[in-house]
Design a protein around this ligand. Structure first.
Ligand code: NCD
Length: 305
């Protein structure tokens, strides 16, 4: 049985298989409409979510399966003091696959050690978010045609942003990618990403503090929200939250072929005046999230269509 806890739990070939399956689902949705008939997905969200939870649920429904679960820790037995391990053992008796989000780093990994069914990490604290990464990879493949040979700028909260950590890890296995890390010094990527991912694999990266200085080089800009809920101190959040706002003026020197991505939810970091620009890929990205989760669940459940 396979779980998805860290983006590198899947090999590059397995990811290729999931992305190709997602592309086939997009081409012929009706072929998959009963693929998970009789199967149940449990979504256990100990932390809020819109896209991730609802796209998982929509994905299972479009595969003909059913969903159950909870959308906040308050409405689960966590409030009575139940451990994550016990919750997973119990839900594993009711569901065929579990998608779980938790504010504590490592909680889904813990769950996977006792789970009788596949566990998907739907975000653990500031650590990882592998299904957002699959969403991002499918988006890059569809927007750019290739997962190799481009320059990507990751901008905003690179310290607490789990989508950034997971995406960097996943992309580090492709060729010819240059990473430009755009953040204030307080929100730089954690040291382990620099040493364990970039330096260990001899990957081209640089750290800068403004998007203007690198905009002409970028093939992709991946904007992120400053992760309010992970700050210890409100004043720091208020000081840093609007460091980067992508608007029309900042795109003046950008490539015509730039892709603008964002895992969403957006707060202020992308002006709505950009939404109609053909380079704005973030709502297409959100839709890709549903298809790639369909492909992932089919794969983990071992369903062949
Ligand atoms: C992200 C997350 O939860 O980490 N959202 C998402 O799943 N699309 C990004 C964020 O909350 O900023």
């Amino acid at each position: 049985m396979k779980h998805l806890i860290d983006p590198t739990d899947l090999s590059v070939d397995e990811i290729e298989g999931i992305l190709n399956l997602a592309l086939d689902i997009i081409k012929d949705k009706s072929k998959y409409s009963e693929a998970c008939k009789g199967k149940k997905l449990a979504t256990l969200f100990f932390e809020p979510s819109t896209r991730t939870r609802l796209s998982f649920e929509a994905a299972m429904m479009e595969l003909g399966g059913n969903v159950l679960g909870f959308s906040s820790a308050d409405s689960s037995s966590a409030t009575k003091g139940e451990s994550v391990g016990d919750t997973i053992r119990v839900v594993g008796c009711y569901a065929d696959i579990i998608a779980m989000r938790h504010p504590k780093e490592g909680a889904p990994m813990l769950g996977s050690m006792v789970s009788p069914v596949p566990i998907i990490n739907a975000g653990d604290g500031g650590h990882n978010h592998p299904t957002q990464t699959l969403t991002d990879l499918l988006t890059i493949k569809r927007e750019k045609g290739d997962l190799n040979n481009f320059t990507i700028g990751l901008c905003g909260d690179l310290k607490f942003g789990r989508t950034v950590h997971s995406l960097i890890k996943a992309l580090s296995r492709y060729e010819g990618i240059k990473f430009i890390l755009i953040s204030p010094k307080e929100l730089k990527v954690p040291d382990y990403i620099i040493t364990e991912v970039f330096e260990k694999n001899n990957i081209d990266y640089k750290e800068v503090t403004t998007m203007e200085e690198v905009m002409p080089e970028l093939d992709i800009i991946y904007m992120t929200r400053v992760q309010k809920e992970r700050f210890f101190n409100e004043a720091d959040y208020v000081r840093l939250k609007d460091t980067y706002i992508l608007d029309k003026s900042k795109l003046k020197n950008a490539k015509e072929t730039l892709s603008i991505m964002h895992p969403l939810p957006r707060v202020n970091e992308i002006s709505t005046e950009i939404d109609d620009d053909p380079r704005a890929a973030y709502f297409r990205q959100a839709l890709n999230g549903k298809y790639v989760r369909m492909a992932l669940m089919l794969t983990l459940l071992g369903v062949n269509v």
